[in-house]
Ligand binder design. Structure first.
Ligand code: NDP
Length: 310
């Protein structure tokens, strides 16, 4: 009997992923049927993005796993109708893209590039920026994406502090955890990067109290998820100058509503959730690898801990 793989994502992704997944599964010698529609009780694996609108997994009685195309799984991790393993996307292409975006945004702040890009005021003020060795950058979240970004920043000689739920050891990065660790991490964060997942424990991680711990004028870069920041607290901190500028890629409501104060704010850069994306060529390999592991009875890679939400 063939292994039935339901591709449940945006329709325009199907022509991109279909040949890549077919090739990977064929090369593995698997007897499979890959389609965008099946009778639910015939499906073995769902390749999933929340954009498909699939929410009720209860009719999928033969399902072995859901394989997310997204790294962030906040839209499905708490779904009670899902009782089989959920794997999230850990993709080299996504990691590379995020690293490039974060390093770019950090360098923009570090070098004060906006000063010369957006203001041509005829003032000759030759203030050279400091070296990276004199700059403190903090990355909240040291998972697949946070660790890659922290390593790249450390390789550029920034003073990098990272914070995660559990203890880590990353060369060149001062790794902290716990509530006390967060306070210490934030106290030196001239540039703060948020790469935490959206879970009940991380909601409003940056609030009035934690924003107050930052050095005055700190810059915030959020490619993680919108709910990591208490928006009212950030707007207040921007007003007092406690936060000097914020670059926000993700928001509680996306697309960011036209009337939202972030759009017109002189100290906010809005980017439309483009920091990085799953890259089909590398992501299809990850999906195929997990289907093959499932068929061989091996544990799935990149499993989500549903009790933690990531
Ligand atoms: P991971 O699950 O690999 O890493 C999450 C990190 O956050 C881990 O280091 C984890 O700690 C830490 N963490 C989780 N909860 C807590 C907590 N309560 N306190 C302290 N630390 C915590 O995720 P990724 O690195 O792959 O992705 C991170 C997020 O990036 C995604 O969830 C998604 O929201 C976002 N993203 C954004 C994109 C964009 O284009 N803007 C694209 C892709 C992803 P520990 O290591 O100890 O478990």
């Amino acid at each position: 009997m063939p292994v039935n793989v339901l591709f449940s994502a945006r329709p325009e992704q199907w022509p991109v992923y279909e040949p890549l997944l077919s090739e990977g599964l064929t090369q593995a010698g698997l007897d499979f049927h890959l389609a965008t529609e099946f009778e639910p009780d015939q499906v073995d694996y769902v390749v999933y993005s929340p954009a498909s609108g699939l929410l009720d997994f209860s009719p999928f009685t033969r399902l072995k796993a859901v394989l997310s195309l997204w790294a962030g799984v906040e839209k499905i991790a708490g779904n009670d109708s899902l009782t089989v393993p959920l794997a999230r996307m850990v993709d080299d292409g996504l990691m590379q893209g995020m690293t490039e975006w974060v390093v770019g945004q950090v360098l923009r702040y570090h070098l004060g590039m906006d000063r010369y890009i957006t203001v041509q005021d005829g003032v000759w003020a030759p203030d050279a920026p400091p070296l990276a060795t004199q700059r403190h950058v903090c990355v909240l979240g040291l998972g697949a994406l946070g660790e890659a970004a922290a390593r790249a920043l450390a390789a550029l000689n920034f003073n990098v502090t990272g914070w995660s739920r559990t203890a880590k050891d990353i060369p060149g990065v001062t790794c902290l955890h716990s509530a006390e660790g967060l306070r210490a991490a934030l106290s030196s964060a001239e540039i703060l990067v948020l790469l935490l997942p959206d879970t009940p424990a991380t909601e409003n991680a940056m609030n009035a109290d934690t924003l107050a711990l930052l050095p005055k004028g700190a810059r915030i870069i959020n490619p993680g998820r919108g709910p990591l920041i208490d928006d009212d607290a950030l707007l207040a901190a921007l007003k007092t100058g406690q936060v000097g500028h914020a670059t926000l890629d993700v928001f509680r409501v996306e697309p960011l509503p036209a009337e939202h104060p972030y759009w017109a704010h002189s100290k906010v850069t809005v980017t439309p959730h483009i920091a990085s994306e799953t890259r089909p060529v590398t992501a299809a390999q990850v999906i195929c690898q997990n289907i093959i592991r499932g068929e061989e009875g091996k544990p799935f890679l990149h499993l989500v801990d549903r009790s933690l939400g990531y």
